[in-house]
Design a protein around this ligand. Structure first.
Ligand code: ATP
Ligand code: MG
Length: 397
């Protein structure tokens, strides 16, 4: 029989029913339940169960052991991934970022008690009945973030939870309950103990969320921004702007304000390249505005990206210039020049690689600045003229 299950929710229920049919407990948990209560759709489903990872792996066909150490396996059901985590308790957080001991013999209530905020410990069974062990529904109704238990203790265990509080402010537009907020204010410094990748990934989510401006302001109110590595100056600019921006623009702003941020956040190679280009283009465009050679070299998307960063740093909007210059570019790549390297070798006295490169760069600049047409005759004449002006020892032989 071919089963066709439609929604992610139905697939999740199938997983939960499979587990319960085999004598285990299993519930939807975390952001999925929280968001569902708030009427926010999400396909990102977490399931909590008392079945061990091995047992879960036995019951389903497609299982990836994603975080076995923490009891998490990923079940892929008809292309949709589900994170299934075994009930656990954690003990001892000597280093303020990860438990010294994880035990998998916990009850549901104990598993929920180790979670961060009351609104994140709601569980829902396959019949869509909610269970609330720690006052999450009242906080959800009041749009309030409150740690489960003593916030000083909970942030002392894992300092990332403080950043997560701001991330949920950015996503949900909730307030942070006073005692929870005061705990962040006094423990903010502990965030420096957390692995940079975890910090970066929460920041990415924060910057992708709709209420990020408010979240950044609250971060500043708590003095938390000062303890995020190489971020305070960037956050000051981001908190002050009215513009919308994404996580990459935000990190580029960090880098421009504090160049050391570049090596701190372990960006991908592509991002490092983008941020270096942004750094250089920012310096140049501050003096000359966007030029045809910028559009030619970096492309429109990167120039518009830099324009957003420039605006956050107080420069005027140059989007219209970028569009105009881009539309007018006579060529978009070196190979679009009609007079090519081979032609230079054949029809001018230049033969050395270095000289040919030099001539081509010059011809490209002439063409994109519309001082010369992209025509063989005009380009050959210009190359010949250069042959006469370049001194022998620096140029051709
Ligand atoms: P989102 O929908 O934005 O992903 P989420 O609440 O599902 O939000 P996740 O990071 O996916 O957040 O974590 C899933 C759940 O695991 C949380 O709701 C929370 O119950 C628990 N959790 C995650 N990180 C922590 C942490 N550092 N400390 C305690 N509990 C945590
Ligand atoms: Mg989640």
């Amino acid at each position: 029989m071919v089963m066709t299950m439609k929604t992610t929710l139905e697939k999740g229920k199938h997983i939960i029913r499979t587990l319960t049919r085999h004598g285990h407990e299993a519930y939807f948990v975390g952001g999925f339940v929280r968001d569902r209560c708030l009427g926010i759709d999400t396909d990102d489903i977490d399931i909590t169960t008392n079945a061990t990872p091995d047992r879960v792996a036995d019951l389903f066909d497609k299982v990836v052991l994603t975080g076995e150490k923490y009891g998490t396996v990923t079940i892929v059901l008809e292309g949709t991934p589900f994170e299934v985590t075994t009930y656990r308790t954690e003990a001892g957080y000597a280093d303020k970022r990860r438990p010294d001991q994880v035990r998998f013999d916990a009850t549901l209530e104990e598993d929920l008690a180790r979670r961060d905020f009351t609104v994140n410990q709601l569980v829902m069974d396959a019949d869509e009945t909610l269970h609330d062990y720690h006052g999450g529904l009242a906080d959800l109704k009041a749009k309030r973030l409150r740690t489960i238990g003593d916030p000083y203790e909970r942030f002392g265990e894992d300092a990332l939870r403080m950043l997560r509080a701001f991330r949920f402010v950015a996503k949900l537009d909730f307030t942070i309950e006073t005692n929870t907020f005061e705990a962040i204010r006094s423990l903010a410094q502990n965030i420096t103990h957390v692995a940079i990748e975890r910090v970066r990934d929460e920041l990415i989510k924060l910057f992708a969320a709709p209420h990020k401006h408010r979240a950044l302001k609250r971060m500043q109110d708590a003095g938390f921004d000062a303890h995020l590595p190489h971020a305070q100056a960037g956050i000051a600019k981001l908190a002050a702007t009215e513009l919308d921006y994404d996580a990459e623009v935000a990190f580029a702003t960090f880098v421009l304000e504090t160049p050391d941020a570049m090596d701190t956040y372990k960006f991908s190679k592509r991002q490092q390249k983008l941020f270096r280009a942004t750094f250089n283009l920012h310096q140049q465009t501050r003096e000359t505005g966007f030029r045809p050679d910028h559009l030619f070299q970096f492309g429109k998307a990167t120039c518009l990206f830099v324009n957003t960063v420039n605006r956050i740093l107080g420069m005027p909007d140059a989007a219209a210039d970028i569009e105009r210059i881009d539309a007018a570019l006579p060529i978009r790549a070196v190979c679009d020049l009609v007079f090519k390297g081979d032609d230079i070798v054949r029809e001018t006295p230049f033969t050395r690689r270095r000289d040919i490169g030099f001539i081509i760069d010059h011809l490209v600049l002439e063409v994109i600045n519309q001082r010369l047409p992209n025509k063989r005759d005009a380009l050959r004449k210009e190359a010949a003229r250069m042959a006469r002006t370049i001194p022998k020892e620096n140029g051709h032989e």
